[in-house]
Design a binder for this molecule. Sequence first.
Ligand code: GLY
Length: 254
Amino acid sequence: MLTAITREVSPSIDRCELTHRQRVPIDLNLARSQHREYEDALAGLGCRIVRVPLEPDLPDSVFVEDTAVVLGNLAVITRPGAESRRPETASVAEALRGYRELAFIEEPGTLDGGDVLHVGARVYVGLSGRTNEAGAEQLRRLLMPRGYSVTSVPMEGCLHLKSAAALVTVCVLLVNPERVDPGVFEGLSFVHVDPAEPDAANALRIGGDIIFPAHHPRTLEKLLERRIRVTTVDVSELAKAEAGVTCMSLVFTT
Ligand code: GLY
């Protein structure tokens, strides 16, 4: 069975971190209804939803992906690159403790889960404004004995590696080549985002399906041409907080 950890949108989301977007007002009710639609999409694809407690004073706390990396029987609790986000990890660690052995990224390492892309036993870590070499090295030391390779990946122009590349089938990577060099990902074939939709390289793969934002229609068309099964969600209000569809859940087998 698949479990998806999620968290309701914080009433303070208007004060979220922003790196590559201008701040605009966020309609909390709309953001919350879009988030419920997203949870419904996860449930429709077979996930059991486990909500961790609402964090009224942590603006970015809906983006649970950044707080942990779950691989095999291990959950690595991250040390997010944005200081304002570090208190988000405690409740997620508490939830994951029931399912996985825990390990922790420690100072001076920083790591956001959104920077970690795994393709089978190959793990790619984006060196972003949030994730540093020390964080990537700590992840490498935790994962290598468990049979994973860990490769640091340079990237630019976006918040996280998974704003630049995301797996859409077992061997096809959706990628924005302006943000990351596709050549670093060995053995995969590629779908490039439509150039008019630079933020479209984020998709959430659940088994043989993906969840994908409806507000990237040109890239959606390319995915459908490849016969990829897509559940679209309207996450346009959440995108104002620099969200992608992967950011709002932590999905793992139970
Ligand atoms: N607003 C999402 C982030 O900066 O982490």
